[in-house]
Ligand binder design. Structure first.
Ligand SMILES: Cc1ncc(COP(=O)(O)O)c(C=O)c1O
Length: 335
């Protein structure tokens, strides 16, 4: 990627004259089988642009209770899009089509009610431990929303993890939704960047909102060059990250201090809930052993994510450290 950055041919992307960036946008659109795409600096900006375009101010947006858009985007829903939320899927960490119809505001001109404008779903669902929404579920959610005049946005930050784990193509996942975004960072290894994907007219409007949000960039081909490497070379290898997550999961399995009701990994992450000890104490114990993990805000759950730059050997080392702490937590945390 560093070499690709160095060699990238560049131009001014605010005038749409950066050849490398133009190539990336064409390629991302093609992989997703949609008309157009737009490069943006982050997944957060990608989501917020889509919300701004799909959801009129004061309307209501349905999403999972711990969706990234709701919890981890610094209140962008309220400050940028200025919408309110209807939150579902607490138990499963995912939207369930059966719950959806009742969540929509009834049609009509009742002056008291907001209009339900949008449904957002996360592919993969982070708080469900990186679980994949099956294609039939995505299609069912889109059908329910579209029948009621609402749009669907897919926060596909880890779309390609879902593609590799399920064997369903990005085109199939992208077909029924009104917009989607995916991250070139994270598992695809780019230092910066996400793509917004959709119809040509939607992307034309998204370009303007990106400018409004300060995301219009000049010689951004140096970043797009990495994106092209990601799409050409980093997708299939995600299967290795999934295998590494299973190695970590084996270390969690059966621990007396882990709540047995955790989602076994389908992709590149492992999230589990602890009983009796805090997540931060285990994370501190791991850090002492050179392993970095994340304690979630509730200090009950730990998230581990695998990626290209942690080898299988490193993963096995991390799994052994984790198993030691989870099976004799007192000793592990005190040592
Ligand atoms: C599901 C999901 N959506 C969106 C984002 C935002 O991406 P970024 O960190 O590039 O803003 C993340 C980042 O972790 C994510 O996990």
């Amino acid at each position: 990627m560093r070499r690709a950055m160095y060699e990238a041919e560049v131009g001014d992307d605010v005038f749409e004259e950066d050849p490398t960036l133009n190539r990336l946008e064409e390629k991302a659109a093609e992989i997703c089988g949609r008309e157009a795409s737009l490069f943006v600096p982050s997944g957060t900006m990608a989501n917020q642009i889509c919300l701004r375009l799909h959801a009129p101010r004061g309307s209501e947006v349905i999403m999972q209770e711990e969706a990234h858009i709701y919890v981890h985007e610094a209140g962008g829903l309220a400050t940028l899009a200025q919408v309110q939320t209807c939150l579902l899927g607490k138990e499963s960490g995912m939207l369930q089509p059966v719950e959806l119809p009742k969540a929509f505001r009834p049609p009509g001109d009742d002056v008291h009610l907001p209009v339900t404008s949008l449904v957002c779903l996360e592919q993969t669902a982070m708080m469900a431990g990186g679980a994949v929404y099956p294609l039939e579920t995505v299609e069912a959610i889109c059908r329910i929303a579209h029948e009621r005049g609402a749009k669907v946005h897919m926060d596909g930050a880890r779309l390609f993890n879902a593609v590799v784990a399920s064997g369903i193509s990005a085109k199939e996942f992208a077909r029924p939704v009104d917009s989607l975004m995916f991250c070139l960072s994270k598992g695809l290894c780019c230092p910066v960047g996400s793509m917004v994907v959709g119809d040509r007219d939607f992307i034309r409007q998204a370009r303007k909102v990106r400018k409004l949000y300060g995301g219009g960039m000049r010689q951004a081909g140096v970043l797009a060059a990495c994106g092209l490497v990601a799409l050409e070379e980093m997708i299939e290898r995600l299967a290795e990250d999934h295998e590494k997550a299973r190695i970590l999961a084996a270390a969690v399995e059966g621990s007396p201090i882990v709540d047995s009701d955790w989602s076994r990994p389908q992709t590149n992450m492992v999230i589990f809930r602890l009983r009796e000890v805090s997540a931060s104490s285990i994370v501190a114990g791991l850090e002492d052993r050179g392993v970095l993990a994340l304690a979630m805000e509730d200090d009950e759950r730990i998230r581990l994510v695998t990626h290209k730059d942690v080898s299988f050997e490193g993963t096995r080392y991390a799994a052994a450290a984790l198993a030691g702490l989870l099976n004799s937590p007192r000793q592990g945390v005190l040592n």
